[in-house]
Design a protein around this ligand. Sequence first.
Ligand code: TDO
Length: 192
Amino acid sequence: MLDLLSLEIPSVKIVRPARHGDDRGFFSETYNKRALHDCGIDIDFVQDNHAFSSEKGTIRGLHFQIPPFSQAKLVRVVRGSILDVAVDLRVGSPTFGRHVSAVISAKDWNQILVPIGFAHGLLTLEPDTEVLYKVSDYFSPEHDKGVLWNDPDLGIDWRIDEHTAMVSEKDRRQPRLKDLPGVFRYEGAEAP
Ligand SMILES: Cc1cn([C@H]2C[C@H](O)[C@@H](COP(=O)(O)OP(=O)(O)O[C@H]3O[C@@H](C)C(=O)[C@@H](O)[C@H]3O)O2)c(=O)[nH]c1=O
């Protein structure tokens, strides 16, 4: 059983699996292919990733893989919290270049589903934050691309002083959106 909520760009969803608490703690089905299918979401996830960030204020992203290794992502947090951001890169989309963001946390037990065609990034809101996510294709370094997290054209409110953010060398050098070739096409439907 899960709750599903569409964000302002409707193909980006918040997923909230049930959590069954008892005296021992809780139990939760954090991923159930059939439950997602029953909500109209059919994605074959093939790889699970785990990212630990020791510092609050760590930025990862904005990342995406280009075809034929493009990835949908289902992201959750088992310790701490993040501001998660998805930027629409689908050429022809009414929301091209726009983004949605959501706080994803261990406390709220929510997940964000980022479909193919979006750049994905996150900011840790607490130290020692652990992010787990499923991806729908394998990592391919040659297809791994990015866009600059603080590109002024994106106008993302990261809620952080840009000079104190911890950003990898790779992500400091990502291109701006205006310099990216368009690789994803909007299919005219808000399906993942
Ligand atoms: C993403 C990835 C990285 N790696 C390796 C490459 C490198 O040596 C090391 C760290 O990689 P990165 O610096 O790209 O890690 P990171 O900045 O955490 O990258 C991630 O960011 C978030 C926002 C995403 O959306 C992910 O898809 C992924 O791109 O891990 C893998 O082996 N498999 C993978 O799937």
